[in-house]
Write a protein that binds this ligand. Structure first.
Ligand SMILES: NC(=O)c1ccc[n+]([C@@H]2O[C@H](COP(=O)([O-])OP(=O)(O)OC[C@H]3O[C@@H](n4cnc5c(N)ncnc54)[C@H](OP(=O)(O)O)[C@@H]3O)[C@@H](O)[C@H]2O)c1
Length: 288
């Protein structure tokens, strides 16, 4: 029997803008656990391989345009890469929609400048952890409907309180990939103890990562698992690159946090370039 959460969720349409690795994992989890297919609206850009993957998962009947998603969905998850966000500048969005960015490193303030509305932020652990219902997620600020969404997906909600903590969380959920990449497994705990003094979230997420790491039959399986967690130019990539260069886990995690700030700066720059010369740019007056 479906819970009250599911009954409520099926009264809304869920939109996923950018159904790549993360978007597909969320879609898969929602459909598997009880979302009616007609209540899921998804989009991608134009990559034929993405279409093949959506087709293989029986999701092509959910394909919609971004216009439809932004007008018809009650909860809209934006799961594109940060560098693609300028493609959504000034998109008309229904006033009733709860718009949620799942992008690493793009602040609520920047999102306000781009979309002209208050956007919630949610961070998820990697796609495999979502599908296997072992994932964790955080949000900023809190919203009851988003907590309901996590309950429906059977994911653990980790409270982060501030937006800065969301960036720490973003680096922390890369922990499974980091543990699998590190060259000095013996020194992991020491590194976590060190960085955990400044960022206690890392200690919590380290314990989570140890618990949920799957067993791999071979190296290819393991490399594929890590690859699915990596977004080009993203946080996991910054962390795993640092570890592959032989740096300790605490330094790698700090580089992950730094990368969220780099992404933010990069988006701010491309936004400035994009809007250069355009009139009517919103000055920042972002509030929840
Ligand atoms: N992967 C993870 O473990 C993970 C975990 C937490 C958060 N994230 C965040 O999730 C986001 C996506 O990461 P990902 O690894 O899933 O990347 P991805 O596999 O490259 O997926 C991004 C998707 O966005 C689509 N897209 C780009 N521009 C679009 C537009 N204007 N309209 C509709 N769709 C558009 C792309 O379509 P095409 O396929 O047609 O190019 C692609 O399918 C990133 O911001 C990342 O920070 C990822």
């Amino acid at each position: 029997m479906l819970s009250n959460d599911w009954i409520m969720l099926n009264n809304l349409k869920i939109g996923i803008v950018g159904c790549g690795h993360l978007g597909q994992a969320i879609a898969h989890s929602l459909i598997d656990r009880g979302l009616e297919r007609q209540n899921l609206l998804i989009s991608y850009r134009d990559n034929p391989r993405t279409y093949e993957m959506l087709n293989a998962q029986g999701l092509t009947s959910c394909l919609s345009t971004n216009q439809e998603i932004f007008q018809e969905a009650g909860i809209i998850l934006i799961t594109i890469k940060p560098q693609d966000i300028t493609g959504l500048i000034n998109f008309p969005i229904s006033e009733k929609a709860l718009v949620v960015s799942c992008m690493a490193g793009v602040s609520a303030e920047l999102l306000y400048q781009i979309l002209g509305i208050n956007v919630y932020r949610m961070m998820f652990s990697g796609p495999d952890t979502i599908v296997s219902e072992k994932g964790v997620a955080a949000m900023y600020p809190e919203h009851e409907h988003l907590k309901m969404l996590l309950r429906c997906m059977n994911l653990t909600y980790i409270k982060t309180i501030t937006e800065d903590n969301l960036d720490v969380f973003t680096a922390g959920v890369c922990m499974p990939a980091a543990i699998l990449t590190t060259k000095n497994p013996g020194q992991q705990q020491e590194a976590i103890d060190k960085i955990g003094k400044e960022y206690p979230l890392f200690s919590e997420l380290y314990l989570w990562a140890i618990k949920i790491l799957p067993c791999f039959q071979n190296n290819i399986e393991k490399e594929d698992y890590v690859a699915r967690m990596i977004t080009k130019g993203g946080i996991t990539e910054a962390i795993t690159n640092s570890l592959m260069e032989g740096e300790p886990l605490d330094i790698a995690l700090q580089k992950g946090i730094n990368q969220t700030q780099e992404i933010s700066k990069g988006i701010q720059q491309s936004l400035t370039n994009h809007l250069h010369g355009m009139s009517g740019i919103k000055t920042i007056s972002w509030r929840y």
